[in-house]
Design a protein around this ligand. Structure first.
Ligand code: SF4
Length: 275
């Protein structure tokens, strides 16, 4: 991995995702190098051109963030939206840890999403603001095929253990089961263990289908030889099968598109989170 230190002028950005008010990305580029990653389409320069090889570290992030939290209205912060905030470089720079501390202390709600067990290191910080923090682990399949699509990410077994550890420590957890790609991770063998994990840890399950984008489609076609374009008929069947399992195991399950619609209808629920 090539690591380059850069300086930034802003830390929080307005999020393009309806469920968040702000996005915070301490790093640019992501060592996990998932071939379905949409982030590569949203960034420019070396980290995008050498996806999974080059990571930029925003070394003055905390200094900039400490000024921003004084003038911005508190809201929900997605940590992170275009990079994994607990990828290996975080063990050295600790930017995510310091940012979560600062955001929580300043009245913001922090919603972390990661594939890494390194988040366990920060259980102390997350517990301190447990009413305003949640952690989501992305798990696309419990089978070894994860290596085909997430070459440098921790194994699903490690991610499952991370959810258990966080939930056991009283941190609010959720699991993102997605993206589900036709012919790759769309069988019951892929997702039933994940539904069971959600049940065991009382985590909400959020599911989503693969949403075709330029680079990801090219990579999946080129490396795996499958057409990842989902049909709505296929998605309807997969979604129904997962929802039936959720009913069976007593899991709160929500499709990403429903969650967005729901939160929009509720006026983006900042007050729900803070109240
Ligand atoms: S961990 Fe997330 S941000 Fe990193 S490559 Fe995978 S999908 Fe993209």
């Amino acid at each position: 991995m090539i690591v380059r230190e850069v300086r930034v002028k802003s830390a929080l950005s307005r999020s393009g995702l309806p469920e968040y008010d702000y996005a915070l990305n301490p790093y640019l580029g992501c060592w996990h190098g998932c071939i379905y990653c949409y982030a590569v389409d949203f960034i420019r320069g070396e980290p995008a051109e050498r996806w999974g090889e080059v990571v930029y570290v925003k070394v003055n992030l905390i200094e900039v963030l400490s000024k921003e939290v004084k003038r911005l209205r508190p809201g929900i912060v997605g940590v992170s939206t275009i990079t994994d905030p607990y990828q290996p470089v975080e063990s050295r720079y600790r930017l995510t840890r310091e940012a979560v501390k600062l955001l929580c202390a300043s009245g913001f709600h922090v919603s972390v999403q990661t594939k890494s067990a390194l988040v366990i290191r920060d259980i102390d910080v997350l517990r301190q603001c447990s009413d305003r923090a949640d952690v989501g682990l992305t798990i696309t399949t419990m089978r070894d095929t994860y290596r085909l699509i997430e070459p440098n990410a921790p194994s699903p077994v490690v991610r499952a253990a991370t959810v258990r550890k966080l939930a056991g420590a009283g941190v609010k957890t959720w699991i993102f089961l997605g993206p589900i790609i036709p012919g790759i991770n769309d069988t019951r063998l892929d997702y039933e263990p994940i539904v069971k994990l959600a049940s065991e840890t009382k985590s909400q399950l959020i599911i989503d289908r693969f949403r075709p984008r330029g680079v990801a489609v090219r990579l999946i076609r080129g490396r795996l030889g499958v057409d990842p374009t989902p049909s709505m008929k296929w998605w309807g069947e997969v979604r129904r099968s997962i929802e039936e399992l959720c009913s069976e195991y007593g899991v709160e399950c929500m499709a990403e598109e429903d969650e967005w619609r729901d939160r929009r209808a509720r006026g983006r629920s900042i007050l729900d989170y803070l109240g």
